[in-house]
Design a protein around this ligand. Structure first.
Ligand SMILES: [Fe+2]
Length: 181
């Protein structure tokens, strides 16, 4: 994987008008995928599961749903992503997410690796930053797959930003029973 000498790998940043814990809480819950992320749900469906939080790390794991393809990006991804023959068989269609306490996420797909993290700018504003890394010797097919995965991810990210805004609002409510952080 290479970040240097790569036109596609750059550090993106985004500000969100919420407390950083709202961002992290949303990121750590895989069970909202079915309701909040139509493209992810299409791609992974019921295979997506969260593992327990152990020694500061949680892992989520999913493999492509063989019947995926209701969404354009997902359909094209399924059609065009090359078989990742350089990976062990059980990882060739896998997406693995690691949440690393307190503010980091790593997302690993057959054609890319991505990191993102949050920094509190104040109690009501958070800076998100991250980057997607590609293979140094990326093929055209991997580049296409990475682009399509990015489109799916972009939608997912925007959906999570909206969820974190709602989470943040609910934390301020008297009826809130609290979140993990
Ligand atoms: Fe999410």
């Amino acid at each position: 994987m290479s970040a240097r000498n790569s036109r596609s790998a750059y550090i993106w940043t985004q500000k969100s008008p919420v407390n950083w814990k709202s961002v992290r809480d949303v990121d750590n819950e895989g069970y909202h995928v079915a309701m909040a992320h139509p493209a992810l749900q299409d791609l992974y469906g019921a295979t997506y599961f969260d593992e327990p939080f152990v020694n500061g790390v949680s892992r989520s794991f999913a493999t492509y749903n063989p019947h995926a393809g209701r969404r354009w990006s997902v359909r094209e991804y399924m059609k065009l992503a090359p078989e990742a023959t350089h990976l062990p068989e059980h990882l060739r269609k896998a997406c693995i997410y690691y949440g690393i306490f307190p503010n980091n996420g790593l997302s690993i797909m057959p054609e890319s690796v991505q990191f993102y993290q949050e920094f509190a700018l104040s109690t009501g504003e958070t800076l998100l930053r991250g980057a997607i890394y590609r293979y140094k010797d990326e093929t055209r097919e991997q580049a296409v797959a990475r682009y399509l995965a990015y489109r799916i991810d972009r939608d997912t990210m925007n959906e999570d930003v909206q969820l974190s805004v709602w989470s943040n609002e609910s934390m301020l409510s008297e009826a809130s029973e609290g979140f993990y952080l």
